[in-house]
Design a protein around this ligand. Structure first.
Ligand code: HEM
Length: 180
């Protein structure tokens, strides 16, 4: 995972629990000792170990922590790369641009990022299903990112996750229903 993701995790833990907590966690589990360069790749195991330590320290379940991190990450990404939200007038169009525009640009900005693949279906007006494919099984991160995006666009959504990699499926389905 790119250093930028570690930097955002550090910001979140420092903001919500304090610098000392982050320093303790880094001391415990980080071979890089918390020095992450945005464009460089670090092992997924290191990120997962950090997330595990955060959950233990703050006594929160892993799924909730990853979801909260996704929501926080959206705000950070939107302020680092405002163009992606500026280009899209509403939530649904924004979400549909993640695979074909945003992550395509991320491929150009960073050397060999590991990105998920999204396929889309729209079974009814105001309803979008994002079909998430990734070996990393970070669907709860995707949920948090979607919730962050909904907040950014001021959209009330209902988010369901009826098909999940963590329950034996070969992809996840994230159903977003907006009030229309
Ligand atoms: C709601 C919108 C978005 C969703 C659902 C989404 C989803 C994801 C997920 C789930 C991952 C983890 C990798 C994996 O699962 O295999 C990821 C990675 C990433 N995404 Fe997105 N993303 C969104 C918006 C954005 C935006 C706005 C940016 C801004 C540039 C961005 C940049 C990145 C970067 C840099 C990574 C890490 C790549 C790496 O570590 O190699 N994403 N995205």
């Amino acid at each position: 995972m790119k250093g930028v993701v570690f930097n955002i995790l550090a910001d979140m833990v420092e903001e919500t629990a304090g610098l000392e907590v982050w320093n303790d966690i880094v001391e415990e589990v980080s071979p890089s000792k918390g020095a992450y360069t945005a464009a460089q790749s670090y092992s997924d195991e290191e990120l997962f170990a950090l997330v595990g330590a955060v959950c233990e320290k703050l006594q929160i379940p892993r799924e909730d922590a990853i979801r909260a991190f996704g929501k926080f990450m959206f705000g950070q990404l939107a302020s680092r790369y405002p163009i992606f939200v500026q280009q899209q007038p509403d939530l649904i169009r924004f979400l549909k641009s993640v695979d074909s525009v945003i992550h395509v640009e991320v491929e150009k900005l960073y050397t060999s990022p590991h990105l998920p693949e999204f396929k889309y279906s729209e079974p009814a007006p105001g309803k979008l299903i994002m079909h998430y494919h990734s070996e990393r099984k970070l669907c709860f991160l995707a949920e948090g990112l979607i919730m962050g995006a909904a907040e950014h666009y001021g959209s009330q959504i209902e988010l369901k996750h009826p098909v999940c990699l963590h329950h034996g499926a070969d992809h996840c389905e994230l159903e977003i229903e907006t009030a229309i």
